[in-house]
Ligand binder design. Structure first.
Ligand SMILES: *[C@@H]1O[C@H](CO)[C@@H](O)[C@H](O)[C@H]1NC(C)=O
Ligand SMILES: *[C@@H]1O[C@H](CO)[C@@H](O)[C@H](O)[C@H]1NC(C)=O
Ligand SMILES: *[C@@H]1O[C@H](CO)[C@@H](O)[C@H](O)[C@H]1NC(C)=O
Length: 401
């Protein structure tokens, strides 16, 4: 399915950027796909976190409902409660965590993008017999992207949990262990996932608003894993790019309809993703900017605002994850606890969003949480609490910068 038809669909449904985009496109006669990503409109979005890879820290109630509360991650829960029971429990979760009414609400808040984290195991024939992942998620992915198309949301499809796990001891990989991703066999499984997803996006009618495919979320980036990071930059990134492009060649996809292929940007710390790519055509980069994890910040309200205002993550970059969190030693102090601090957190939201719009925009982590009453990580509850405004396009006017 051609991406330009996805854009016509946006024009029919998303009034906010219709006039501007179409005018700009006519003026320059450039492919609409490029217009959308480069200069016309900023991406403003949310992650559908814990939809297809449940992270217990942000979805404790659901995790308990699923019968997983004795386990830390998806793998452990599937192994612990058994495949059949797990498939049933996960199906219930996939069907209910993000509903069509969530998608409509996202659009109504002035957001235009969602990033959908998925595990490689959503393509079930890539899973080995001795691995434990839930089965049956694909039907629900088909349905969610269908709603995104119907209501006019741009979608970034994100390989968030890679074969063997790409990051140490993280629930978001689905299997919280020492990373085993950095081998030829697991790279090959990831390429197969990406080829298959590319084909699905171009041939399945529900996927026409998927415009970007992220080859890998948050790989290793600390000194202990330096060699693995270097190998990924040198081997995995260029081959992933080529395998996606080869699939698009086989499908005879026109230039303007090709997917943007996304890599974690240099700021992530695994190295420069551009170094070995055969071409920068259709590439895009992802910056994850959590001020709560930045050790250089002066830990006061003024310090956070100052840093947020100064941020510039670069061009052809979307800030694909960020939140309203602060250092964990501060979060419950009088200065930073959420009770009574709504006005400050609105400024903190606006300062970050405004700066990230110097780049190509932003995608908040995450849309929804449960089991914790802390809207610093949950856009939907932050809007309900009156902290994040009902129009995502208002960062400039609310920003203290
Ligand atoms: C496509 O998405 C719609 C929701 O818009 C859903 O009802 C339908 O089942 C999906 N189609 C397929 C073939 O999965
Ligand atoms: C990159 O895009 C340009 C312009 O469309 C095209 O001429 C060129 O062949 C592309 N390069 C590669 C390596 O695909
Ligand atoms: C959070 O603050 C503590 C106490 O000042 C400090 O030791 C720690 O490095 C900070 N953590 C991060 C991730 O910045």
């Amino acid at each position: 399915m051609l991406f330009s038809s996805a854009l016509s669909l946006f024009f029919a449904t998303a009034e906010a950027w219709t006039v501007q985009s179409r005018a700009a496109a006519l003026q320059n006669e450039q492919p609409l796909t490029e217009r959308w990503l480069s200069s016309v409109e900023k991406m403003r979005g949310v992650n559908l976190g814990s939809q297809f890879i449940v992270e217990r820290w942000m979805a404790e109630d659901s995790w308990e409902d699923m019968g997983c509360s004795s386990y830390n991650d998806e793998w452990a829960c599937v192994e612990g409660i058994g495949q059949t029971a797990a498939d049933k429990a996960f199906k219930k979760h996939w069907a209910s965590w993000t509903t069509e009414s969530d998608i409509k609400q996202i659009v109504s808040l002035g957001l235009n993008t969602v990033r959908i984290p998925v595990g490689f195991w959503i393509r079930e024939d890539l899973v080995y017999d001795d691995e434990y992942y839930p089965r049956g998620g694909l039907t629900y992915l088909d349905r969610i992207v269908g709603w995104c198309k119907q209501h006019g949301l741009y979608v970034i499809m994100d390989l968030h949990g890679a074969p063997g796990s790409q990051s140490p001891y993280e629930q978001f990989t689905g299997h919280s262990v020492n990373p085993g991703f950095y081998t030829a066999a697991n790279y090959e499984r990831a390429y197969k996932f990406l080829e298959w997803m590319t084909k699905r996006i171009h041939t399945h009618d529900n996927y026409t608003s998927v415009g970007m495919l992220q080859v890998l979320n948050e790989p290793v980036h600390v000194a202990a894993w330096k060699e693995e990071a270097a190998d990924m930059i040198k081997t995995f990134y260029p081959a992933a790019y080529e395998r996606i492009q080869d699939m698009e060649n086989d499908l005879e996809i026109a230039d303007a309809d090709r997917l943007h292929i996304q890599f974690m940007g240099t700021s992530w710390g695994s190295g420069n993703p551009r170094t070995y790519l055969p071409s920068l055509n259709n590439t895009f980069f992802d910056a994850h900017r959590y001020l709560s994890f930045d050790k250089r910040i002066t830990m006061s309200k003024a310090g956070y605002i100052k840093t947020a205002c100064a941020d510039d993550m670069g061009r052809n970059v979307v800030v694909g994850e960020w939140s309203l969190s602060v250092n964990s030693t501060l979060k419950n102090t009088d200065e930073f606890k959420i009770e009574g601090q709504k006005t400050w957190y609105t400024s903190y939201w606006a300062a970050q969003a405004q700066s990230f719009e110097r780049s190509n925009g932003w995608i908040f982590w995450s849309w929804k949480c449960d089991g914790r009453d802390d809207w610093r990580w949950c856009y939907k509850s932050a809007v309900a609490a009156g902290v994040i405004p009902k129009d995502a396009g208002t960062a400039d006017s609310l920003s203290p910068c």
